[in-house]
Design a protein around this ligand. Structure first.
Ligand SMILES: *[C@@H]1O[C@H](CO)[C@@H](O)[C@H](O)[C@H]1NC(C)=O
Ligand SMILES: *[C@@H]1O[C@H](CO)[C@@H](O)[C@H](O)[C@H]1NC(C)=O
Ligand SMILES: *[C@@H]1O[C@H](CO)[C@@H](O)[C@H](O)[C@H]1NC(C)=O
Ligand SMILES: *[C@@H]1O[C@H](CO)[C@@H](O)[C@H](O)[C@H]1NC(C)=O
Length: 248
């Protein structure tokens, strides 16, 4: 029903009128058309778009095509020269699109890591390269805080004790030894720590994983970009090393 999926619209009589009273199931195409051609104010368009995004996240979170279409529609709305779009509306639209892109990137990155985790041993090299390429793209498109957010969501979806060694090895591939060495190293260390902390919170020990991570922590300290890490990350790394001192 409209009232559940589009709570913001209750305040906007012109949109309710445009939708009619007979809308029972969600009609994506019609919604996008309304957002784009709505004969109303930009605020109404933004409000309708926000409700649509809420609806998609709740009911179709993995439907990349639908979410992509919303993003494209938003782009056209925000670039419409015939409307006077205020700075605050620009910002609102921009934030929403950023949110949408983060969501799509989370789906995309999760799918990539899942394929890599499920691949047979002899294909591992190919997937390591793919993750390296993905990392290049990552740093072009997103800010560091967004990447941390994305990696956090990906790990939440993919973590399992059995696959933790393999996941650690794959995450290491986020580290690029080119002009992006410092930022990619930082993201990789952040990801490995997140994985390790997730493992610890599970309460189940794996000597194999402990051993692997102990060696990894030690090797990270020898990498050149280590000095560029901020103090907080270094401290977490030191704590993890102390944890596993017995394996060194
Ligand atoms: C849009 O609104 C204006 C003014 O309210 C009206 O004159 C015009 O006919 C409307 N156009 C459409 C396509 O509904
Ligand atoms: C946009 O703003 C300008 C200047 O304030 C005004 O002249 C113009 O008519 C407005 N256009 C629309 C479509 O509201
Ligand atoms: C992720 O996005 C890239 C670039 O758009 C695309 O080439 C690739 O097929 C996507 N991967 C998955 C697993 O969806
Ligand atoms: C990486 O960080 C180090 C230490 O902070 C700095 O000296 C170096 O210039 C940085 N490299 C790049 C490519 O930014």
């Amino acid at each position: 029903m409209i009232g559940e999926s589009l709570p913001l619209l209750l305040l906007l009589p012109s949109i309710i009128a445009a939708l009619g009273t007979q809308v029972i199931c969600y009609d994506h195409k019609r919604m996008l058309t309304l957002i784009e051609r709505l004969n109303g104010t930009v605020d109404e368009q933004l409000s309708l778009a926000a409700s649509t995004w809420g609806k998609l996240r709740a009911d179709y979170p993995r439907d990349v095509a639908k979410i992509d279409e919303l993003d494209e529609t938003m782009q056209r709305v925000m670039c419409n020269k015939d409307k006077n779009i205020t700075l605050s509306q620009q910002l609102q639209g921009h934030l929403m699109r950023e949110h949408i892109r983060e969501h799509l990137e989370t789906i995309n990155t999760t799918a990539l890591f899942r394929q890599a985790l499920e691949a047979p041993e002899h294909e591992l090299g190919k997937w390591q390269l793919a993750i390296g390429r993905h990392s290049q793209r990552f740093h072009c498109l997103f800010k560091p805080e967004q990447l941390q957010q994305i990696i956090g969501s990906v790990l939440k979806r993919l973590y399992s004790l059995q696959e933790s060694n393999k996941l650690a090895a794959l995450l290491y591939q986020l580290y690029l030894t080119d002009s992006r060495a410092n930022e990619s190293f930082r993201l990789m260390v952040y990801s490995e720590l997140l994985l390790y902390e997730r493992y610890k919170s599970g309460g189940q020990k794996s000597t194999h994983f402990d051993n692997y991570m102990a060696k990894m922590w030690q090797s990270l300290q020898l990498e050149e970009p280590y000095t560029s890490l901020d103090q907080g990350l270094k401290q977490r790394l030191v704590d993890a090393i102390i944890d596993l001192l017995g394996y060194l």
